[in-house]
Design a protein around this ligand. Structure first.
Ligand code: PGA
Length: 246
């Protein structure tokens, strides 16, 4: 089965640097058997929409506003990114949850906004080290999913992808074992089963993210529980990222 590999650029590269990146990256992955997506800064979407035409790479952004439009200085709306050709947005990335005190309720509002313009959401969830040490992982994941997906109909899940990213694994070089990743993803599927159905729990795409690199990706991707990867730091080097994608 095809896996989905998403590169999250975070706040890195100027548009010019990104353009040079694509010149190197696109030829390397043009025959990839996997699906490739780039989660970009807003400033890069216009260029990406031009350079990614007739390639196998889809583009998205890293956040959207909970609001539709109006007096929200500094925010960017669902329609604005959709208009530039974004196919998805990350929602609930732990860096945004933390820095901007984003709540699960706001994440739910963002998902509903995204759905309203047919934009997919990559919903990021995960536990902190303290929560893990206190055996709270499952409780935290359940709450994050239940609130984020509140009010959604099952047929809307085709526009939702879940990224399981333990917060302690993001940018740290630390990682859970493949067995732990599988157990937690199996648990996420169980939550989806309880809220929606068996079919929904089997169909929903669930990615793993947190310190993925070209040395450790293969064993994670081999797991049938894992539908793909969300890659931060390692996606910034086109050669490194191409190894993961291919
Ligand atoms: P990382 O980031 O790969 O640098 O750990 C992952 C993410 O934040 O999505």
């Amino acid at each position: 089965m095809k896996k989905l590999i998403v590169g999250n650029f975070k706040m890195n590269t100027t548009v010019q640097e990104f353009s040079l990146y694509l010149d190197k990256f696109l030829p390397l992955i043009k025959n990839s058997k996997n699906m490739v997506a780039l989660s970009l800064p807003y400033t890069h979407l216009m260029l990406a929409s031009q350079k990614l035409v007739s390639t196998n790479v889809i583009m998205g952004c890293q956040n959207i506003s909970t609001e539709e439009k109006g007096a929200y200085t500094g925010e960017v709306s669902n329609l604005m990114v959709k208009d530039l050709g974004a196919k998805f947005t990350l929602v609930g990335h732990s860096e945004i949850r933390k820095k901007f005190h984003e709540t699960n309720e706001q994440i739910n509002q963002k998902i509903i906004r995204a759905l309203s313009v047919n934009l997919k959401s990559i919903l990021c969830i995960g536990e902190t080290k303290t929560e893990k040490n206190n055996n709270k992982t499952k409780q935290v994941l359940k709450k994050q999913i239940e609130i984020a997906l509140k009010g959604l109909y099952e047929n809307e899940l085709k526009n939702i992808i879940i990224a399981y990213e333990p917060i302690w694994a993001i940018g740290t070089g630390k990682m859970p074992s493949v067995k732990e990743i599988e157990d937690n993803i199996a648990y996420l599927r169980k939550i989806i089963l309880d809220i929606f159905s068996q079919k929904a729990s089997e169909k929903i795409q669930i990615l793993y993210g947190g310190s993925v690199n070209s040395n450790n990706f293969a064993s994670i991707l081999k797991s049938s529980q894992v539908d793909g990867l969300l890659v931060g730091g390692s996606c910034l080097d086109p050669f490194e990222f191409a190894k993961i994608v291919n």
